[in-house]
Write a protein that binds this ligand. Structure first.
Ligand code: CO
Length: 497
């Protein structure tokens, strides 16, 4: 009985969150821009209400009662996960939560302005306030060794900063030399043919994307594909997961890659057991595990030679101007390794170095070893140290990501961990499905999706990410698998690059 009561209270909150998600989705896609400020207030009000419900005395009592009754593994997991979040959020004063929501809305606007004007000073004071509040929240939540642990746990449950630093050191030692080796290899870099000759109408691009994501297993009756300046995935409700992409009429691959990424997120969300929906267990294992799925479909599948072999005839019939590019030409175009300033358009090797720059800076800010005044300079220094290039301005440097203005400290590592999880899981998948490349080149993704359902999606949030990796691969987490994948792809690929 009490388990049932706890579930029904959690589902009530999930319904409020569904309303928030739909309003958020609308805000980011179709709403008239002048309506945005009232919408922000509505969202703030509803988020406060959801937070209030979740941290109420009533919830505490329901958890206590459910705890006595819980027997099955699933019931125990439900109580454990709810209690963990409850105890954490109870420590955050409602006043602080509300203030941060308000400042975030201000900072995000200032970030846009600062970016347009290429001037960090516009954002500086607001960002200072955000960092102070986030530190305050971390202090309320508590931690053992490192204040950053309190923030990291929100996105990667069970992860510690000290362990993450070890992983970053390993990645730097492996990737900086790998980058040099790829650059100095005498393999041909650019493919023949270019996109310049064609124009790629958006309608046609959308059709192509719908074919690809349907082949991956995305159910267009349980989701939508729309357009937004920053692609995202939003779980609006049960059997309603929406993705977006952005189109460039001069290059059809940008929208396709972004859509395959978001499709990876959506496949995870859509295949978590329906009976978990709206409960703490009805989520991915972590932000990084989610990101890993997105990057698996975008990079490991989407940028691979077998996938492009499958795609080629569809591409040619959709865009005849592309027929002069061979599969290998396209592969080269999508897999150019280059030291660049912008994270979102970087390749599979340097992407991780971009993340390490951000993680080291935010960890230093949270522990007050780096002041906001010094942030732009510190950014440029680290970029130069790890990537060997120095941003020419703030827009291409410290102002390129919205995350800090949005108060998301502790999130960046999930992107890199996602790559690492995906790399390790990929080798296991290949071992279990020896015909993997053949299946992909024939456009047959069913067995891959089934494997993910069985091994990852069906578990919801039952495991923490490190436990999940162990359960799936029978080994502890090791970034060496990702490095091996990158070496094979960029150095030992049979095609002359
Ligand atoms: Co993502």
């Amino acid at each position: 009985m009490s388990i049932k009561e706890l579930k029904s209270e959690l589902l009530k909150i999930a319904k409020v969150r569904s309303a928030i998600s739909l309003l958020q989705w609308d805000l980011s896609t179709y709403m008239p821009p002048k309506g945005a400020s009232w919408r922000a207030e509505v969202l703030g009000e509803l988020s406060e209400y959801a937070f209030f419900l979740f941290t109420s005395e009533r919830m505490g009592n329901l958890i206590e009662k459910a705890q006595e009754e819980a027997k099955s593994e699933l019931e125990l997991a439900l109580v454990r996960l709810t209690r963990k979040d409850y105890e954490k959020y109870r420590k955050i004063p409602l006043r602080l939560f509300v203030e941060l929501q308000k400042e975030k809305a201000i900072a995000e606007k200032l970030w846009e302005e600062a970016r347009k004007d290429n001037n960090f000073l516009i954002l500086k004071d607001s960002l200072k306030k955000i960092v102070k509040m986030v530190i305050d929240i971390a202090e309320h939540i508590g931690y053992e060794d490192n204040r950053y642990d309190a923030l990291l746990d929100e996105y990667e449950p069970g992860f510690k900063t000290s362990y993450l630093k070890e992983i970053c050191d390993y990645m730097k030692r492996a990737l900086i030399p790998l980058l040099e080796r790829v650059e100095s290899s005498d393999l041909e870099k650019e493919g023949k043919g270019s996109l310049k000759k064609g124009s790629f109408p958006i309608d046609k691009q959308r059709e192509l994307i719908q074919r690809v994501i349907s082949a991956f297993g995305f159910d267009l009756y349980a989701g939508r594909l729309d357009t937004s300046p920053h692609p995202f995935t939003e779980v609006v409700g049960l059997n309603d997961v929406r993705i977006t992409t952005r189109y460039d009429e001069a290059d059809p691959f940008q929208a396709l890659l972004a859509a395959m990424h978001e499709c990876g997120h959506a496949l995870y969300d859509l295949n978590i057991p329906k009976e978990f929906f709206g409960l703490p267990i009805g989520d991915g294992a972590s932000a990084g595990m989610h990101e890993g799925q997105a990057r698996f479909w975008e990079n490991i599948v989407g940028r691979s030679l077998p996938f492009l072999t499958f795609l080629k005839p569809i591409l040619d019939s959709t865009f005849p101007s592309l027929s002069e590019m061979s599969v290998v030409d396209i592969w080269k175009k999508l897999n150019t390794v280059r030291r660049s300033l912008i994270r979102v358009s970087s390749d599979e090797i340097t992407y991780n170095l971009h993340i390490i720059v951000r993680f080291e800076l935010e960890e230093a800010m949270i522990n007050e070893r780096l002041s906001i005044e010094d942030l732009p300079y510190a950014w440029d220094e680290k970029m130069n140290e790890y990537l060997g290039i120095r941003p020419d301005n703030h827009r291409n440097g410290v102002l390129q990501d919205i995350h800090w203005a949005s108060g998301h400290f502790g999130y960046f590592p999930s992107y890199m961990l996602g790559n690492i999880y995906a790399g390790q899981i990929y080798w296991k998948l290949k071992e279990n499905l020896p015909d993997l490349d053949k299946m992909v080149s024939e456009g047959n993704f069913k067995a891959i999706l089934e494997w993910f359902k069985e091994n990852i999606y069906s578990k919801g949030k039952f495991f923490e990410p490190l436990e999940m990796i162990k359960a799936v691969t029978r080994e502890n987490l090791s970034p060496s698998y990702l490095v091996r994948y990158l070496e094979e792809k960029f150095l030992r690929n049979p095609i002359k690059r």
